[in-house]
Structures are given as C-alpha cells and as structure tokens.
Design a protein around this ligand. Structure first.
Ligand code: LLP
Length: 419
C-alpha cells in the first residue's frame, strides 16, 4: 500500500495533487511520500520485533537522499553503506555511527580508515585480503574493528542475473566452504574483533525459498564455528525482499519473511541484522514526467516522455517493469511504446504497453521508483540530474535540487594547451 492515489480524478501524493509539484518544480521530478516511507519502515520493524532487538540498517544505495535517510533515522533505522560517500550521508542525515554497517567488495584503505575514524558499528568484510588490510589499518590506529565475514552461500536467488549476488561465481563474500578457515585466520588478527557472519544473495527476490536455503547454510556454518570455539554474536541477513512493480502482483510480505527468519534462526542466540532497501523505499516514490509528444510509429505510437534512461535506468538496465499511469486519466487506454528522448533504442521504458491514454503535455508517473531511481541517475546526453521532492501530508519540499547541465559543465576545464 502506498500514498499515491487518485482523488477527484487527479493523482495525489498524500494530500498534494501531482500537477502542483510539476508546476512548482518542473518535470521530470522524483516525488517521495513520507507517510509511505514511515509505513514501510514500521511494517518491517514491527514484523521483526519478535526477534528481540534486531539491528535495522537501511541499504542507503536504494535511496541515499538526506531527507529520506532522516525519515528512516527517526524510525530507528541505521544504515548499510558501501562507500565513504554513503557513510558520510548516513551520518549527515542523523544516523548514529554505531548503527552503520559498511559492506562492499572494494572498500579502499582510505574508506576502511574513514569507517574506523567515524566509529561505525560493523564492517562486513568480503574477503580474507580485505580482512588483513582492515586489521593492519586498525592496529596502526590502535583500534579493533568490529566485523563480520560475508559469505557466499552458492544459492541462486532466482532474480535478474545482474542483481544476484550469492552464486558461487559471484564477486561477493567468501565461499561458504572456505568461510570457517578464513574466519579462524582473521580471528588471530589483533586489529579485528570478528564476531559474526553476513549474507546477502540478491535483490528483488520473488520467493523466500532461496533466502531460507542461504540462511540454513549460515546456521550450519555458525554451528561449525562455535564447535571450533569461535564467538558468533552477530549475523547480518542482508536485504533482498522483492516488491510488486505491477499492480496486482503479490510478493512475500515482511510478516512472511519474519516468520521464515524466526523458524530458521531459532536457537542461534545472536543479534540479527537486516539491510532492507527496496522494500522500504520502492513504493514510496514515483518519477513524475510530462509527455513531450506522441509520435506515429510503424506498429504503435511512441509516447515520448521528458524522463529518460538517465533519470530512471532500471528498464534499460534490467528490462524492469514500472507501471505507468496518467496523472489525470480520462478513462481511455492506449497501447504504445513509452520512450525517453535519449539517442539510443535502449531508452525505452515500455514496449507495447497498454496504459492510460496519454497526449502531448499530459503528466504521467512511473511507479515504484523510490528505490534505485534517482540514485542511479546519470547526466548522459548532457541532461541534468532530476530533482527530488518529499511530500508530507499537504506540504512538500524540494529535497534535492535539479542540477542543470550548465552546472555539470562548470566542473569541466579545457587545458591551456588546447586553447
Ligand atoms: N545489502 C547488500 C549487501 C546489498 O548489496 C543490497 C543491494 C542490499 C542490502 C539491499 O537490497 P534490497 O533490500 O534493496 O533488495 N539496482 C538494482 C538493485 C541492486 C541491489 C544491490 N544490492 C535494481 O534497480 O533493481
């Protein structure tokens, strides 16, 4: 459920009619609903509450906007970050450093040191090599880095291959077969306080079964490590819950997920950690766009939007589906190709899509764009960066300015020797 609904024939974000935002801020623009973010944050938190005191770390990569992070910080969320940039954002948004987990396969030495200096809660170490480097940096700083070892359980998440992370050839984590020996070697490092296991097998999972298989493998690893005398106090189960992108689709909800986690982790005796991204932010945002023109095509009309693949990359990158709805539907429908203005055929949001009838000048939304939307934008074709707006009841605020192409050009120089 989300707070983007028709009222009096006009699509609203909470109590704000979307045309009001388009008039004030221009299009394309990402629009987030604070009430939806809070609702999803609470549903997820309440579902997991019976687990004791789970550590909830929002996956900042899904939506790193400072205002969005602030909303989630106020709901008790920490952050899962994968770069110094994300780490600084989480702290700037008001997240306690101690609630931040640092994941990622390519943390640089500078980023590891920055994490230590910032006092983050945990490093999820993705290789033995990274573990040794972190240990050395921590020892030089006279510190001990709290960390978990990310394992690769060799489970097929059954999602798009580009967002699958837990198969044996994936670059993430340490193969589960090697995990115990790597863990024991890292335990001997004076700069590390290794205390657990982390796992994340992929994103937009349609079924809980692969997660359950991965968690069961982690459970067997914990037992093996404990039998060898290791201390395991924290287990990070990652993110991955899918959300419906098509009206009417149904996905496992947080209560199904929580029931599965409770069953599998029963008796583990650890603090469980979670890194939800999409399930919190996905349906809390839309990309609001205006139709530039409708062009005749050989088979179907092309609806050319003012948003493009640089603003919302998911359809071009993963062939992802986003529902497209008119802001002021007149009841008629059309079947069309929905495209952006960028000069490649990949800049296609939908092919042969039956949707509300759209004409030049009409406003439309791409739904479920609150996660992996603005954050994946680029300035390809020298387009600017889309602004972001947060709605709260009947008020709204621009929470990220539009960055005009001219501002991007200002960061570029032509060297003297070319003038
Ligand atoms: N934890 C780790 C270590 C991750 O790599 C990710 C996502 C998450 C948590 C959050 O996963 P979520 O709960 O959102 O599924 N750009 C792609 C998604 C990439 C996900 C990358 N990792 C997309 O637009 O579908």
């Amino acid at each position: 459920m989300n707070h983007f609904e028709l009222r009096g024939g006009i699509l609203h974000a909470e109590d704000v009619p979307l045309p009001e935002i388009a008039d004030a801020v221009g299009t394309p623009v990402y629009v987030y609903s604070r009430a939806t973010l809070m609702r999803h944050a609470r549903i997820f938190r309440d579902a997991l509450a019976p687990l004791g005191n789970p550590w909830l770390a929002f996956a900042v990569k899904a939506n790193p906007n400072l205002a969005v992070l602030r909303v989630l910080a106020r709901e008790g969320y920490g952050a899962d970050v994968v770069s110094a940039g994300e780490l600084d954002r989480a702290i700037a948004a008001g997240m306690e450093p101690g609630t931040i987990v640092f994941s990622g396969v390519g943390k640089t030495g500078a980023e590891l040191a920055h994490g230590l200096k910032s006092g983050i809660g945990q490093f999820n170490v993705e290789s033995e090599e990274e573990g040794f480097e972190l240990a050395a940096i921590a020892a030089r700083m006279d510190r001990k880095a709290d960390c978990a070892l990310r394992v690769n359980p060799d489970v097929d998440a059954g999602t798009h291959e580009k967002i699958s992370t837990g198969k044996k050839d994936s670059k993430f984590g340490v193969s589960i077969g090697d995990a115990a020996s790597v863990y024991h070697r890292l335990e001997r490092e004076a700069g590390l306080a290794i205390r657990g296991i982390a796992v994340h097998i992929g994103s937009q999972l349609a079924s809980l079964a692969p997660l359950e298989r991965a968690f069961e493998k982690v459970g067997r690893l914990i037992a093996e490590l404990r039998a060898a005398g290791s201390c395991i106090s924290h287990v990070d189960l990652g993110g991955g819950l899918g959300v419906p992108y098509k009206a009417g689709d149904s996905y496992p909800d947080p209560s199904d997920y929580a029931a599965m986690v409770m069953r599998v982790t029963h008796g583990w005796g650890v603090r469980l950690m979670f890194e939800p991204g999409r399930v919190i932010a996905g349906n809390a945002g839309v990309l609001l766009s205006r139709v530039i023109r409708v062009k005749r095509g050989a088979q179907r009309p092309f609806v050319v939007m003012d948003a493009a693949m640089n603003d919302l990359a998911r359809p071009a990158m993963y062939g992802a589906w986003h529902d497209i709805d008119a802001v002021a539907p007149d009841g008629a429908t059309m079947t069309a190709h929905i495209v952006g203005p960028i000069c490649e055929t990949g800049d296609t949001f939908a092919t042969d899509r039956t949707c509300d009838r759209l004409e030049a000048g009409d406003l439309a939304v791409f739904r479920t764009a609150g996660a992996y939307g603005a954050t994946m934008a680029s300035s390809y074709n020298s387009r600017g960066f889309v602004p972001e707006v947060l709605v709260d009841g009947d008020r709204f605020a621009v929470v990220a300015d539009r960055i005009a192409p001219a501002a991007i050009m200002q960061a570029e120089r032509v060297p003297d020797w070319l003038t």
